[in-house]
Ligand binder design. Structure first.
Ligand code: GCO
Length: 389
């Protein structure tokens, strides 16, 4: 067994819209019900985590974890411009208190893909004014939660919101090849990150603040170097550079992409794929951690998402074990890695894919909401308790 550093954080992650249920006042609920939507199905009741979080957090603690990353839903906290809900704020305060009661550190994400309808209608992320709208929401929320938070993530994967919302068009606002809108959205997200991080630090002194970034190991094949470099330069590097000087950066990795001279290539022959169509490539985590370490100039890292959509729980164990071996290699080479959070605690709403891709350590019966931990849940919880692999 190889020990992880003293204080290494072990946990799991979810996101409000994917698990709470009934999140109707945001751009994703509208997107799911729009005629011709690319969504396989609506989020609906999700995992009813809005009501069932006490049992879910207790289950998390009983499994052996010590951290829980969840997101607060802006559209619940600020349903209309400048109108704040104390009931919603108190709900998330109670979630933090429940975590603490079980010895769990709450890792609070302030924006996980979903945006209130009123913000989207006012211009959304392509409107620079949204940075101040978001900073005001962050200040209000952080002021309410304070140091109940163990860590604060301003954004979850803003690069993925821009890619799918302005370049590919399968996420709201549904633009494709909108380079100008995508650039403005990237600029607004980065401005919002700096402003909200400052607001959170002022309202909750001592709580580490950072953004989380979707990263993919980008490999060049047969002259694909320029395509690979264009991918990383456009999708990842602006945010890695924005993270320089932050308390930490959240690294979120699932797979690799191979680039040829014409762009992304299909999965390599002989390499299995997951329910998301990703190549089964656990080693991508360490590769992206190393690249982030270089580009950010050594900003401390927290793996805020890593996992696999699969019906085969033994494959989940294989994936995570290989990914963690990569983390151990990064630690051995001097990277400052603070912890590992598995995505996800629960099988949940996987955005346009609906409920079919199952990432959870814990299965959820869609009809009854009954939770059933998978063998991987106690396996990873055991690693968390031992702090060793
Ligand atoms: C993401 C999001 C999660 C996904 C997870 C699996 O990285 O896309 O943070 O909401 O559910 O990554 O795709």
């Amino acid at each position: 067994m190889q020990q992880f550093p003293e204080g290494f954080v072990w946990g799991t992650a979810t996101a409000a819209h994917q698990v709470e249920g009934g999140n109707w006042n945001n751009d994703w609920w509208e997107w799911e019900h729009r005629p011709g939507t690319p969504c396989a199905e609506p989020s609906g009741d999700a995992c009813d985590h809005w009501h069932r979080y006490p049992d879910d957090i207790r289950m998390l603690a009983d499994l052996g974890f010590e951290a829980y990353r969840f997101s607060v839903e802006w559209s619940r906290i600020e349903p209309e411009d400048g109108e704040f809900s104390n009931v919603a704020l108190d709900h998330y305060k109670a979630m933090c208190d429940t975590c603490r009661d079980h010895g769990i550190a709450p890792i609070v994400t302030f924006h996980h893909f979903t945006t209130p309808r009123w913000v989207a209608a006012a211009g959304g992320w392509a409107d620079p004014a949204t940075a101040d709208r978001f900073a005001r929401f962050a200040e209000k929320t952080a002021g309410h939660l304070g140091d109940r938070m163990g860590w604060a993530c301003t954004f979850n994967e803003p690069n993925w919101v821009v890619t799918n919302g302005w370049f590919i068009g399968i996420w709201p606002p549904g633009h494709s090849t909108d380079r100008d809108g995508g650039r403005r959205a990237t600029d607004t997200f980065i401005d919002a990150h700096h402003k909200s991080a400052a607001a959170i630090r002022a309202a909750a002194p001592g709580v580490p603040v950072g953004l989380t970034l979707s990263m993919t190991e980008a490999q060049a094949v047969d002259g694909g170097e320029s395509m690979r470099d264009r991918f990383t330069a456009n999708l990842e590097d602006p945010y890695l550079e924005a993270a320089r000087g932050d308390d930490f950066i959240g690294i979120q990795v699932y797979t690799r992409i191979r680039f040829g001279p014409d762009g992304p290539m299909p999965a390599e022959d002989g390499v299995r794929t997951t329910l998301m169509g990703y190549e089964f490539w656990p080693e991508a985590l360490a590769a992206c951690m190393r690249r982030a370490w270089d580009v950010t100039g050594g900003v401390p890292q927290l793996v805020t998402e890593n996992g696999i959509g699969t019906q085969n729980d033994a494959e989940r164990v294989e994936y995570v074990e290989r990914a963690l071996r990569g983390v151990q290699g990064c630690l051995a080479d001097g990277l400052d890695v603070r912890g590992y959070l598995y995505w996800s605690l629960l099988d949940n709403f996987e955005w346009v894919y609906g409920y079919e891709p199952t990432f959870g350590l814990v299965a959820v019966d869609r009809a009854t909401q009954v939770r059933t931990p998978k063998p991987s849940a106690s396996w990873l919880g055991g690693i968390a308790r031992a702090n060793a692999l």
